[in-house]
Design a protein around this ligand. Structure first.
Ligand SMILES: Cc1cc2nc3c(=O)[nH]c(=O)nc-3n(C[C@H](O)[C@H](O)[C@H](O)COP(=O)(O)OP(=O)(O)OC[C@H]3O[C@@H](n4cnc5c(N)ncnc54)[C@H](O)[C@@H]3O)c2cc1C
Length: 380
């Protein structure tokens, strides 16, 4: 139920949707229950995505990327979000839309030559470490520090809730490099750097096939060459990257709404109660119709935001609205859909139960609803 025809579409988008749908049907849906049990997506699946050209759509061709614009990237995120396994989706989208863009936007030629091709190929999986035990919404409140020492930087601190934290190879890490509130610098940290360790894998409510970890930095020495972007300007690059990240999260929310509605329409059309189908109940038809109306409206806004990015506009207010709107909507829609599955909606083996658990974090991670609404309101 992607409702795909819109003024933003072109034939390449259809090909991409089709390619992703086939990948999900073949490589994900039949296997992902096992990944949920294991708490991770196998690396060979990610490598196959890389080989299919799906892990670096927005990056430059010279690094194996697709030179795609924000709309094409959104088509990818929405198509991927037709999977009912959000743990798989977020594993990929953190790599492509939340961590990778730090290297893409801020990396210099040497850094891109060294790392970006492997990222695009799925040989290096990446993670982004901003949140900490004491600071998530308040990025400037982080306490991890990086101190200049000769021609190296020494990082100390702890990161929390880091997606791909256990299994990534490459981490883009935010640290305070001065005393001013926004004096933050981004660093490239490779897995295996002495002093850098994964504290623990965190057990979550949903996104079970996504690994989420605490990261520990104990006098981690980083060469000057691994400073990502300008020293002291990392806060602003984090804010800039939120734009791509939040459109991807909105696509994920819209994708969940679409899949939940599809599953529920199928279910209520065949489920019998009180001498007829559930579909015969007007209240059920109306609530699903309204849920679909809201989903289509949210989808149109998501595409509009991506289109504005392609036009070079600064759309912080729109994207903050979008994140707040879709993070709340997905919870409303998926819960409505779960309700109409009755007891089956609460049983672990059903896709709707998983979608319901997985939806919750979309109103929290990557910018909680209240924080997003503050970003909106302060721009009036
Ligand atoms: C599964 C998962 C994966 C994640 N992956 C990553 C990752 O890969 N990298 C990374 O860096 N981070 C990641 N995060 C962290 C995530 O972005 C933060 O959890 C989120 O930004 C909220 O920060 P916090 O948990 O510290 O909540 P807090 O900042 O402590 O806020 C708690 C609650 O208070 C409310 N609140 C906060 N500020 C305001 C305000 N100004 N006005 C009104 N209400 C407010 C909100 O309701 C918020 O949910 C992940 C989190 C989860 C749960």
């Amino acid at each position: 139920m992607q409702n795909s025809t819109s003024i933003y579409d072109n034939p390449d988008h259809e090909l991409l949707r089709d390619q992703v749908a086939k990948f999900i049907a073949r490589e994900v849906e039949p296997h992902a229950d096992a990944w949920e049990e294991k708490g991770m997506v196998p690396r060979d699946v990610l490598k196959r995505m890389g080989q299919a050209g799906l892990l670096g759509l927005m990056y430059e061709g010279e690094y194996g990327g697709g030179d795609a614009d924000a709309l094409t990237n959104l088509v990818f995120a929405e198509a991927l979000s037709q999977s009912t396994y959000a743990g798989f989706i977020i594993t990929v989208l953190v790599h492509t839309d939340m961590a990778g863009p730090h290297l893409h936007h801020s990396g210099n030629a040497q850094q891109k030559a060294k790392y970006l091709k492997k990222v695009t190929a799925g040989e290096s999986i990446c993670a982004v470490g901003i949140s900490e035990p004491g600071a998530g919404s308040d990025v400037a409140g982080i306490r991890t520090t990086a101190r200049h020492d000769g021609d190296e930087w020494v990082i100390n601190g702890t990161k929390m809730f880091i997606t791909n934290g256990v299994h990534a190879d490459l981490y883009f890490v935010a640290a305070k490099t001065g005393t001013a509130r926004h004096e933050v610098t981004m660093f490239i940290v490779e897995k295996g750097t002495p002093g850098f360790s994964v504290g623990r894998a965190l057990k979550k409510t949903g996104w079970l096939s996504s690994d989420t970890a605490e990261l520990i930095f104990d006098n981690v020495r980083i060469p000057e060459a691994n400073v990502l972007g300008e020293v002291g300007k990392g806060f602003y690059s984090v804010m800039k990257n939120f734009q791509t990240e939040r459109i991807a999260l909105a696509a994920m929310a819209v994708g969940h709404c679409q899949r939940a509605l599809e599953l529920t329409l199928d279910y209520v059309r065949q489920r019998e109660a009180f001498g007829g189908k559930l579909w015969d109940k007007q209240t059920i038809r109306h609530r699903l119709a309204m849920a679909d109306a809201k989903t289509r409206a949210a989808r149109a806004f998501t595409y509009h935001c991506a289109w504005r990015v392609t036009q070079g506009h600064d759309i912080v207010q729109d994207v903050s609205m979008l994140k707040a709107l879709t993070g709340e909507l997905v919870n409303e829609v998926v819960q409505t859909c779960q309700q109409f599955h009755g007891g089956m909606g609460y049983i672990r083996e059903t896709a709707i139960e998983r979608l319901w658990r997985d939806a919750r974090v979309l109103a929290i991670g990557g910018g909680a609803t209240e924080v997003m609404l503050e970003e909106v309101a302060k721009r009036y």
